[in-house]
Each structure stands twice: as structure tokens, then as C-alpha cells.
Design a binder for this molecule. Sequence first.
Ligand SMILES: Cc1cc2nc3c(=O)[nH]c(=O)nc-3n(C[C@H](O)[C@H](O)[C@H](O)COP(=O)(O)OP(=O)(O)OC[C@H]3O[C@@H](n4cnc5c(N)ncnc54)[C@H](O)[C@@H]3O)c2cc1C
Length: 395
Amino acid sequence: MTQLETAAADDEAFRQDLRAWLERAYAGFVRGWPGGADPRNLDFRRAWEDTLCANGWSGLGWPTEHGGRALPLSRQAVFHEEHARCGSPLGVNLIGHGILAPTLLHFGTEAQKRRFLPGILSNREIWCQGYSEPGAGSDLASVRARAEPAPGGYLLNGHKIWTSFADRAQRCFVLARTDPRASRHKGLSFLLVDMRSPGVRVEPIRQLTGEAEFCEVFFENVFVPGEDLLGEENQGWRIAMAAAGFERGTYFIPRLVRFAQELRQVRELALCADAYGRVPASSADVRHRWARLAADSHVLALKSQRALAGAMRGDPPGPEGSSTKIHWSEAHQRLLELSMQLLGDEACLAEATAVPGAAGLVHAYLWSRAETILAGTSEIQRNIVAEQMLGLPKA
Ligand SMILES: Cc1cc2nc3c(=O)[nH]c(=O)nc-3n(C[C@H](O)[C@H](O)[C@H](O)COP(=O)(O)OP(=O)(O)OC[C@H]3O[C@@H](n4cnc5c(N)ncnc54)[C@H](O)[C@@H]3O)c2cc1C
């Protein structure tokens, strides 16, 4: 066997063991959840994420000296794929595990790694991301939150918005202006803020789905110790841009597994639709749209594999990520629009209808409106594709 074949066989053995464990553990977890499992419920998601961490399924790529398992990216990809395949939901500390931990490992001091990594590994500390403000979203460099020097650290004042999971988070990494005289990108710093500090106020924002996953966060004279500055003062922009690239090899994997699962559900719906007397499955329009989505699913899987291969080679993140983000988010909206059309009036009765999977599809449909906005809107991603892939002049 060549080295490559041995590695592939090892990955496959890892997949089979993991699959067996996940199926058993998730089924047991669902059975034990009081009042019936709801994978959309944030307490359910947090408790399942705690179970994964308690069983050694966190810090997969971290070095062993920080409690990680030092698994290669190929195995981490297998984990994300199998985890989504068994139907278990994404956790609530995604930002801690996916963004902050690799950023700390790259830019943190040894003392910062020792202080913060154990809380993420065990899921004891949930992290949120305090970048966006009412006047700084797409144009992130206009951040106005201000961190002024104070004895032993900084005094932070500002207003953040759309901060996912802020009402559950113990910690927030905040982009704040430390040099108002420097040009926009150059005067920002990356602060690791304790959400339990006096002067932090969190106000959840109710979403279309009825949940309140994100929040407004107000910082009023919040003291941030100097040791909680990550990297150098005024180097926050560089760190924030690097942080955005750490997940690129695996970000789309669970989303694409879910896409393929929902596509199968939509097919079932279309086949039953004749019986329900709604849009007929034989309709050319339904067939055409479903076929296009099947092609999307296939092409997206290939794009995700290409991104993983690039990350494994150590290639720097490129504009292809923007093209995949547009493709996935817009195709996902089309998929869920088709499912709503097939459900017809039943969509309004999603929790009560006998149509299998209807409640999950309605929830996903409502949530998917956010997918073309979060992590960079479709317009901003198109600007990147236009300028960096097609070589068009700057807008
Ligand atoms: C579900 C969800 C979770 C989020 N979680 C977080 C989080 O945890 N932490 C955090 O910091 N932020 C978070 N965000 C915020 C997200 O990053 C911003 O919503 C996003 O960057 C867009 O910024 P904005 O909402 O201020 O819109 P704006 O930037 O005000 O944009 C408004 C509209 O103008 C368009 N536009 C703006 N500039 C241009 C341009 N140059 N060219 C063409 N069109 C343009 C945009 O595409 C958009 O359609 C979250 C958002 C969502 C939806």
C-alpha cells in the first residue's frame, strides 16, 4: 500500500468508528431529552455540543499540549460530514471553536492560550463575535467602538449589533478603535472582553423564526485588562482578516450535507404533492427547478472538496470562497422556496401538519433569508468575485 492509500484507509476506519459512535450517542441523547427533542432549540444544541466536548470531540485540530487531538484536516472534515449526516444540529459555540480558538493558537501569547483554550475545549465558555455596529457592517473598517487607555488596560465604549449568541456568551472578541487618528484599518485592536464585566448590557433581537439568536451589545466604560489584547495594539484588522480564513476548509461541509438532505426531502414532498393535491410533481417547472438544485448540490460538493484540498496544501484563502458563499446561500434559498411551494397552505400549519419534516423546512426557509447577509452579503461577495476573479475595476 502506498502512503496515500494507507492514509485513506485510516480515514475510512476513523469515519466508520465515528459514525457508529455518533449514531448511538445522538439517538441516546435525543431519547433522553425531556419533553421531546427539538434540534432547533438552543438549549438542546448547547447540551449536545457539551456532550461532544465531554467525549473528546472538540479541539480536533489543536496541538496536544493544549488538550487537542492534532488530527489532520482530512479527519476534521470527516467529523464535520458525519456529524451533519447523523442529523445533529450545529452547536452554539461555533464562533469559539471555529474562529476564536484557531486565532488564539496563531496570535495568542502562551498565557492567553492557557487561560482561554480550556474553556472552549470543555464548552464551559461560549464566545461571541463583536464586529458589526449599526454604522459598520459591510464596511467593517468604520467601527466606532472606542477603547481608550486606562491604568492597566482600556475603557471600552460602543454599540455592537447582530452579535450571535451574545446573551449566552461569557466572552466576546471585539474590534475597537484604539487610535482614532490612524487611517480606518490601522487604528483597530482585537480585545478579548469578559461579558460579565460591569458596563456590558445585552439586548436580544427577535428574528423572523421567533427565536432570538443574535443581540445588541452595549459597552459602557467597560474595563478590559491589557493582558486581554490579542496581538499588538492597532493590529486588530490584520487579526480579524486572518480569523475569517481559519474555517475555510470545513465551513461549508455541514451546510452542504444538510443541503443534500433537504433536497431528498423536497423530492419526497414533490412525489407526495400529487396525492396532497398541491403543485403536481409532474409539473415541468418543479422538475426543472429540482434538477437545477441537484446540479447545484453536486457542484457545491466539488467546490467544497477543492477548498479542502487547497487548505490541506496550505494555499492562502482566495476569492473562490466568495463564489461558493453566493452559490450556496442563493441555491439554498431556491431550494427552500420550492419546498414552501410544494407544502402550500400546509406551510402555515407546519407544527401541526402530518407532512413529514414540514416544521424543519419552514424553519429553514425563514432562517435562510439571513444566509445571503451573514458573513458578508451577496453584494459584497460579488464585488470580491468581480474584482479579484474577473479582474473588473473597483466599484
Ligand atoms: C444571522 C446573522 C448573524 C450574524 N452574526 C454576527 C456576529 O455574530 N457578529 C457580528 O459582528 N456580526 C454578525 N452579523 C452581521 C453581519 O456581518 C452583517 O449583517 C453584514 O456584514 C452586513 O452588514 P449590515 O447588516 O450592516 O448591512 P450594510 O453593510 O448596511 O448593507 C446594507 C445593504 O447594502 C449593500 N451594500 C453595502 N455596501 C455595499 C457595496 N460596497 N457594494 C454593493 N452593495 C453594498 C449590502 O449588500 C446590503 O444589501 C450577523 C448577521 C446575520 C444576518
